[in-house]
Design a protein around this ligand. Structure first.
Ligand SMILES: [Zn+2]
Length: 201
């Protein structure tokens, strides 16, 4: 008989990383992730739990200039999205970010893109300063910014918990999302539904 997986319990040293839950990535946005809005409810529940336990909550965001290299006009792969200061770049209104949340902006210059929250940002320094050792990661999109943030988190030495009910994929090629989940698990991330994460006794 297989040994039951050890339960995941929130504890000091944990942090919640919310990846790119911005209007342009939600249904109706310029680069909408199918059912992207469904990540908000489970993330809000976890935000409340982490806030109660005084665990850091960090929200990353794409924060592009108008002539960003990832846009079609510059032969990039994507339509214009998350242009700094526009409504499309704002966090989803329903996302209940606390005042204490740390905002990490990425890909803020025209010629550099970053799918990872660690890409060209001070995220690692901030986590180190806060004594963080384990990351709970959810948001958008599974097959791009979540995948790359998880990959860099593991490479930087963090344990990573992937919130399977709080991620959604672009699926440019059908199956991309599942392949990304498989890849993150292979690299050492622990996939779990947020409802199965326990509070400390
Ligand atoms: Zn972008």
């Amino acid at each position: 008989m297989a040994r039951p997986a050890s339960p995941i319990t929130l504890q000091p040293g944990d942090a919640l990383i919310i990846v790119d839950v911005q209007n342009d990535f939600l249904p109706g946005g310029s680069l909408a992730v199918p059912r992207g809005d469904e990540v908000v409810a489970p993330l809000n529940t976890l935000i409340a739990r982490c806030t109660r336990l005084r665990l850091p909550v960090i929200a990353t965001r794409d924060w592009h200039p108008q002539d960003h290299c990832s846009f079609h006009a510059r032969s990039g792969p994507w339509p214009p999205h998350c242009i700094a200061g526009t409504p499309g770049a704002a966090f989803a209104p329903a996302l209940a970010l606390p005042e204490s949340a740390t905002i990490v902006s990425k890909a803020v210059t025209a010629d550099v893109d970053a799918y990872s929250g660690f890409g060209g940002t001070d995220l690692h320094d901030r986590l180190q300063a806060a004594g963080v050792r384990r990351l709970f990661v959810g948001g958008l999109a599974t097959d791009y910014c979540v995948l790359n943030t998880v990959r860099d988190g593991l490479a930087n030495g963090y344990a990573v918990i992937l919130l399977t009910d709080a991620i959604r994929a672009v699926d440019v090629t059908p199956g991309d999302g599942q392949r990304a989940i498989d890849e993150m698990a292979r690299l050492g991330a622990h996939p779990i539904a947020s409802v199965d994460i326990r509070n400390p006794a």
